[in-house]
Design a protein around this ligand. Structure first.
Ligand code: IPE
Ligand code: IPE
Ligand code: MG
Length: 256
């Protein structure tokens, strides 16, 4: 079982004095994370892959708390890609039960902590039990104004962009838009991430140095930070390391 961690917030804070050193202006507004390495973490311990996914869920909790505490406004977590359906059915079924399990335990605390749950992904292919758990969390937290916890669930950037192009093309055909009106801003707004600013910082765990079809448009000018640490063992301290490094980077956007 996942322990309730929100109750230990002050304790967690006390044990992490160095976090106080992060100036608020160095805290990214939007952090996106490719949570990778659950399977390898489990394998290293002689456990089934599912144990890794279960443990990874606890990391989701810890990092959500910490992001909220540091003043991050948006936290996007890559939970399941459009390519992850290729995995064995038992693993896919297990992964599709995780949102439900996570929210059953945590929704109350998420509400109490003013977190807004959102989802970015292709809803049509999700099992009804997965989608309804997420929809419930979205509606119950819709009035909150704190951290936006955005789950990328059945998300694929190429599919997202192609569907957006198709929808825009249909609008052009129907005379609702002219081709000249299609610009950066319009395209961004019509993506699944339309309500969110682009990520400032992308973190990927597990040592893989690739994007795996994640937010290809939105990450154009994001700062990238990679670690060999597997997601279940990713701690608040690793998160701070990433943010501290982010604070030292100069973002030039092609300028000087
Ligand atoms: C990330 O861990 C979780 C998902 C992709 C759902 P993995 O399951 O990819 O773990 P590894 O990469 O096999 O270790
Ligand atoms: C990316 O991890 C997807 C998620 C973390 C949900 P994968 O483990 O699926 O990526 P690849 O297959 O190593 O590129
Ligand atoms: Mg992986």
């Amino acid at each position: 079982m996942i322990k309730r961690l929100w109750a230990n917030r002050s304790k967690a804070k006390a044990s992490l004095p160095h976090t106080e050193g992060i100036p608020p202006e160095n805290v990214p507004e939007h952090v996106a994370i490719i949570m990778d390495g659950n399977g390898r973490w489990a394998k290293r311990r002689g456990l089934p892959r599912m144990a890794g996914h279960h443990s990874g869920m606890k990391t989701v909790k810890r990092i959500t708390i910490e992001a909220n505490r540091l003043g991050v406004k948006y936290l996007t977590l890559y939970a399941f890609s459009t390519e992850n359906w290729k995995r064995p059915k038992a693993e896919v079924d297990f992964l599709m039960k995780l949102p439900q399990q996570f929210l059953e335990i945590e929704l109350e605390d998420l509400i109490a902590n003013n977190v807004q749950v959102k989802m970015m992904g292709h809803r049509e292919d999700l099992p009804p039990h997965t989608l309804s758990a997420v929809e419930e969390a979205i509606s119950k937290t819709a009035g909150n104004s704190g951290l936006v916890l955005n789950f990328a669930l059945n998300y694929g950037s190429r599919k997202e962009m192609l569907e957006t192009v198709q929808a825009i093309a249909a609008d052009v055909r129907e005379g609702k838009l002219t081709p000249e009106q299609i610009n950066d801003e319009l395209f961004s707004q019509r993506l699944l991430s339309g309500e969110l600013p682009d990520p400032d910082l992308l973190i990927r765990t597990s040592g893989e140095l690739r994007l795996s079809n994640f937010m290809l448009w939105q990450l154009a000018y994001s700062e990238l930070w990679f670690t060999d640490v597997y997601w279940p063992e990713f701690t608040e301290q690793h998160f701070h390391e990433a943010i501290e490094e982010y604070g030292r980077r100069a973002r030039r956007y092609g300028g000087v």
